[in-house]
Design a protein around this ligand. Sequence first.
Ligand code: URP
Ligand code: ZN
Ligand code: ZN
Length: 444
Amino acid sequence: MPGGIDPHTHLAMEALRTESIDDFFSGQAAALAGGTTMHIDFVIPVNGSLSAGFKAYERKAKNSCMDYGFHMTITKWDEVVAEEMEIMVKEKGINSFKFFMAYKGILMVNDELLLEGFKRCKSLGALAMVHAENGDAVFEGQKRMIELGITGPEGHALSRPPVLEGEATSRAIRLASFVNVPLYVVHLMSIDAMEEIAKARKSGQRVIGEPVVSGLILDDSGLWAPDFVTAAKYVMSPPIRASGHNKALQAALSSGVLQLVGTDHCAFTSTQKSFGIDDFRKIPNGVNAIHFLILLMMEKQWMHLVWHTMVESGKISPTNYVRLTSTECARIFNIYPRKGATLAGSDADIIILDPNSSFEITTRSHHSRLDTNVFEGMKGKGKVEVTIAGGRIVWENDQLKVVPGSGKYIEMPPFSYLFDGIEKADAKYLSSLHAPVKRFNSAT
Ligand code: URP
Ligand code: ZN
Ligand code: ZN
């Protein structure tokens, strides 16, 4: 099948005066060994400058051994940013912009900026993406935990409960509807957020929800581990939720409410995580997962259940499995059928997966630089035997054969299928405003 496309990674990302440990080479090598052949990373602007951020990420990515693309993050608003967004879309091959509704005082934007950004995305044909948590309320929740003396990693989850993710998801969806622009909600972690997506899609709104491997597979129990290093490795935002949310997200994926899967790979070592030993607010946020997009999706029982109950009975086609891990991502980011397909003319990114060979996950086997692994000890069936990236065998017989600099930057053009018909709907709305109102002046 076509190689996995991971829509959500953070390689060599600066955070809390450190940098995520997997860079564009080590993270990509781990991904290739797991059957992923392209990823899209988030460029963080430098002092609000998109061009400076883009340049910095070009440098970070120059040793790439796998194809990659970029999303751009928007952290402030002025004329320059608005102009630079156009340059990113028209000259740099970026067709998506992420807005953080959380991380108050660092990356968070307010509703005014969100509206300006949504309008700009719409006119450029770029996809608006949101990190949906109410950052003001998270800030309040963090103060509450510290006042209560809860300073450990569990305080992270307790300070930002699902209701805050549901609120921000609902607000972003409603603002996107008001502007009439497609919306993509990244790292969906809760039932609260998923139900907002389901409701909006049912009403016909163009909204994409992206669950991530950690949110689909894990629950929050690790955050209560008595030893700090173990608990801290599960700290990410939005938090990994209590058991039940994961199953609901799996079901939403099988029923089509959600259409693709990402990893949100953002790896910090135990030493880096230890910055927050006395205060969970100082633990760098993020978990490892880049190696597991294909593997864990295949390994989990529910995926086999989907295969048997849906594919065998003819309810969905066998390609639906490929759709979730590859094709839909290529369509959303407008690079299909170059990516996400095994067709004549497509890039030769192909994996061979043996559904009968088994694997066990350990920290040593995930190919990342990380000294921990949130999926440690999991066993399953379904192993990627061969990965072919750009026509070259890069993973075979448990051996990586990767070449620094062989990965290509993939430009992503604007106006994906999500924009089809937007103009017509706008024209209809405008003409409804111009319908004459018959009015007489009762005072005469
Ligand atoms: O905790 C996370 N998810 N870290 C990466 C940055 C982000 O918000 O996606
Ligand atoms: Zn985020
Ligand atoms: Zn992320």
